[in-house]
Design a protein around this ligand. Structure first.
Ligand SMILES: *[C@@H]1O[C@H](CO)[C@@H](O)[C@H](O)[C@H]1NC(C)=O
Ligand SMILES: *[C@@H]1O[C@H](CO)[C@@H](O)[C@H](O)[C@H]1NC(C)=O
Ligand SMILES: *[C@@H]1O[C@H](CO)[C@@H](O)[C@H](O)[C@H]1NC(C)=O
Length: 428
């Protein structure tokens, strides 16, 4: 075992010859890793083994270097803490879709490109509003003041547009485009600037002074605010008196380069996007870099093959890593960011079944632990009380964009929670 460890880490840096050795090792290693997994599952069926401290390092499958860095630095000092065990926690498989072919880098969802988005040069509205005749009067409709979206391939925004009805009521308003950090563009719209020619499908269309390029993976929101960009409620009383016998219907452009994510409604409540919604605003855009979008579609098969090779490489390398180090917990989870919390939960459950521990610690693979400080702590604190140590976040605002975007929660902030970099808790 020790011999194979040193020869592996030495050979990995060399070129062709190293490859062959790693490959041979892989077949050999895979057999052993199955034995190891069987052994460990047998263990968990029997009585749990007793440990004073378990440390789980949550790691992504291809973070070989991060895990080695931990093993070579603070991880090696864990042996100085009596009856402590360090475990790297990884998911069982990667996402089978190459990263560029996913809707987002944080989940494993296929991005299906429509060829017409690559071929059609015309400008389109996010959404078109139609007033259609309706036999009976109905006032049942909601007020939507914002559209949250993600860009999957670059687009150029040409114009913003605002509901004519709203404009006639409020006189003037501002349309803004914002991302998680700031307002990127704002455009004041007044009913006097709205001529017959600039009115389309119930919206007043106002051209941007400069067209705006939104890059791939841009996430933002198009919002209507009042003239001085304050947060005043646009969904006020009498804003939406419809002509009798008419009902609004909206038609969203079905494009594979824009993903509509959420809608902002009355009192700033966010909800999941839905096709029936008729927002107060819209925007005119065209798809750019269409040649590269076309290539993207054409190269899919080749990219999938390359990714499969990478996928298999990671599979073999983890099998070897496990044989050499024997310090990994492989959970039956897919290793994507969006499933991270399930992975951590599974680690907590599995550790509680497998080990009769007094303390349990969770850290990320880029966390550096002060092992002597940790040792002092786990031998001075009483583990019979339920306790948790971490850097806590209190009243943390719920993000609506980016990596941590959360539109499921309608409150403004989260309950207190420990920071992901690390926490330590007693058993209870
Ligand atoms: C916006 O409209 C309101 C009400 O019609 C008016 O009082 C105000 O002066 C206008 N503001 C601007 C900047 O045009
Ligand atoms: C959008 O277009 C795709 C492909 O043309 C189609 O499969 C899908 O059902 C359409 N979605 C909607 C909501 O019309
Ligand atoms: C690590 O912990 C020890 C013991 O508690 C403490 O003396 C030392 O200052 C800590 N080191 C750092 C870098 O915080």
């Amino acid at each position: 075992m020790i011999k194979s460890k040193s020869s592996f880490s030495r050979k990995r840096n060399e070129n062709m010859e190293g490859w062959r050795i790693v490959m041979c090792g892989a077949v050999f290693a895979a057999t052993f890793s199955i034995l190891y997994l069987e052994n460990s599952s047998q263990q968990s069926l029997g009585s749990a083994s007793s440990r004073h401290l378990i440390i789980g390092v949550i790691s992504a499958r291809d973070h070989f270097l991060q895990r080695d860095a931990v093993r070579l630095t603070w991880g090696s000092q864990i042996a100085n803490i009596p009856n402590a065990e360090l475990i790297f926690v990884v998911g069982e498989h990667d996402c089978h879709i190459p990263p560029d072919y996913r809707i987002s880098q944080y989940s494993c969802e296929k991005w299906n490109v429509h060829m017409h988005d690559a071929e059609d040069a015309s400008s389109k509205f996010f959404v078109k509003k139609l007033l259609v005749d309706q036999k009976r009067d109905t006032l049942a409709f909601s007020c939507y003041t914002g559209i949250g979206f993600q860009i999957l391939h670059p687009i150029i925004l040409e114009s913003f547009s605002l509901s004519l009805e709203l404009l006639l009521r409020v006189g003037n308003a501002t349309i803004v485009l914002q991302d998680a950090e700031e307002i990127l563009e704002s455009l004041k719209v007044s009913h006097t600037s709205c001529t017959k020619e600039s009115t389309k499908n119930g919206y007043c269309v106002v051209k941007l002074s400069y067209p705006l390029l939104l890059p791939r993976l841009f996430e933002g929101e198009l919002r209507v605010l009042d003239a001085d960009i304050s947060e005043s409620e646009m969904c006020g009383k009498n804003t939406f008196t419809l002509q009798p016998g008419k009902i609004q219907q909206c038609q969203w452009t079905n494009s594979s380069v824009i993903r509509y994510e959420f809608l902002r409604s009355k009192h700033n409540v966010l909800m999941k996007w839905n096709e029936e919604a008729c927002p107060l605003l819209s925007a005119l855009y065209s798809v750019t870099e269409r040649k590269s979008l076309k290539e993207h579609v054409e190269k899919e098969l080749a990219r999938r093959r390359e990714w499969k090779n990478h996928f298999d490489f990671v599979l073999r390398t983890i099998a070897i890593e496990q044989v050499v180090n024997g310090d990994m917990m492989v959970l039956s989870h897919q290793d994507v960011y969006s499933k991270l919390s399930q992975k951590v939960m599974a680690f907590l459950k599995r550790s509680t079944l497998d080990f009769d521990y007094n303390f349990l610690m969770k850290v990320d693979d880029d966390t550096f632990v002060n092992v002597s400080g940790l040792k002092d702590m786990v031998f001075s604190e009483d583990y019979s009380d339920p306790k948790i140590w971490s850097r806590f976040h209190y009243h943390r605002a719920i993000p609506r964009h980016g990596k941590w975007a959360d539109i499921r929660s309608s409150s403004l902030s989260y309950p207190s929670f420990p920071a992901g970099a690390g926490y330590l808790m007693s058993r209870m």
